[in-house]
Design a protein around this ligand. Structure first.
Ligand code: HEC
Ligand code: HEC
Length: 267
């Protein structure tokens, strides 16, 4: 098991293994967005490319409210709602290194897909929305940001899954029988303060079921993926659930209704 200090620098080091690298190459996205007005590149590349990477990070953080992405989103989630810290969290569906895995084979699509297509799939499913066109500014900006988080990661195209080197570690679902009633009481104790008893969300945490949530075609709609994500992500800043608890809560959350994935209507 890897040990992940909070600092992103360490996640990046893990992502690139023992490859030589220098301090200047360290991503500094967090400071860059915080001080976007001071004219410094904040670790982004200079010029137009840096502007595109910066826009991509903004869209990942403000997906449901930014004027460029709002029309493409059908719920109140942002990419960063699940890809914590705008994908810079080392474990919670990390974006670090992800660009190096593409083109990748997707069993779900029965096709070899590009990074832009993988991004579009999260718009369709996790964001319950519609696909940004390949080559559109939204798609290019987000792909640019993910590629920037992946620089110096050796290219290693994934022939079996559209997943990067720091993807979620899946728990062993066969070993555990989820207990939904126990999930209900754990949710009330550990989660409802932020996500509310009825799952509809608050200023402290986004909706986890209902009309404003991810649809039933999303990764998190599967109990195994949800449990694996919860294990490393929630409660926020205090992810201490046991595997059994993560499965119990995941099964409880996904026993509620949510939007239906509509591949034909949403284009
Ligand atoms: C409701 C939660 C959720 C939201 C919102 C969401 N995603 Fe995802 N996304 C996931 C999960 C779960 C995975 C699978 C991650 C894994 O296995 O590591 C995933 C996978 C991905 C991957 C592939 C990761 C890899 O390792 O290859 C990309 C790229 C991606 N999402 C981009 C986005 C973008 C861009 C947005 C915003 C437009 C977004 N996602 C919104 C849950 C979400
Ligand atoms: C202190 C408040 C807080 C607590 C407690 C908390 N969460 Fe969250 N949760 C958040 C925030 C905030 C996000 C979005 C992360 C972001 O935007 O940075 C989130 C995201 C999520 C998501 C992914 C996005 C979505 O809404 O579908 C799920 C699922 C989730 N939490 C489930 C849980 C569960 C289950 C628990 C209890 C074990 C829990 N959370 C406890 C604040 C909290």
């Amino acid at each position: 098991m890897k040990i992940f200090p909070a600092a992103f620098v360490c996640a990046f080091t893990l992502a690139i293994g023992s490859t030589a690298w220098n301090q200047e190459a360290t991503p500094k996205a967090t400071t860059a967005t915080d001080d976007g007005s001071d004219g410094e590149t904040g670790g982004y590349p200079p010029g137009e490319l840096g502007e595109m990477v910066r826009l991509g990070e903004t869209l990942v953080r403000e997906t449901s409210s930014h004027p460029m992405t709002k029309p493409l989103v059908g719920n109140s989630l942002n990419c960063t709602s699940c890809h914590l810290d705008a994908g810079q969290h080392p474990q919670a569906a990390s974006f670090v290194g992800v660009a190096a895995a593409y083109p990748a084979y997707s069993p779900r699509e029965s096709a070899v897909i590009t990074l832009e297509e993988r991004i579009a799939n999260c718009f369709l499913r996790s964001q319950n929305g519609s696909r940004p066109a390949n080559g559109s500014k939204v798609s290019v900006a987000i792909a640019a940001y993910l590629t920037w988080l992946s620089r110096q990661t050796p290219i290693d195209m994934n022939p079996t899954a559209p997943l990067g080197p720091n993807h979620l570690t899946f728990l062993d679902g066969d070993a555990i029988e989820p207990d939904i009633p126990n999930g209900r009481s754990l949710y009330a104790d550990r989660c409802a303060d932020c996500h509310l008893e009825d799952g509809s969300g608050s200023d402290e945490g986004p909706p986890v079921w209902g009309e404003q949530s991810y649809n039933d075609g999303a990764g998190l709609a599967k109990v195994l993926k949800m449990a694996s994500w919860l294990k490393v992500a929630m409660p926020l800043d205090d992810a201490d659930l046991t595997e059994q608890e993560a499965f119990d809560i995941a099964a409880f959350i996904n026993s509620h209704s949510r939007p239906k994935f509509q591949p034909e209507i949403k284009k």
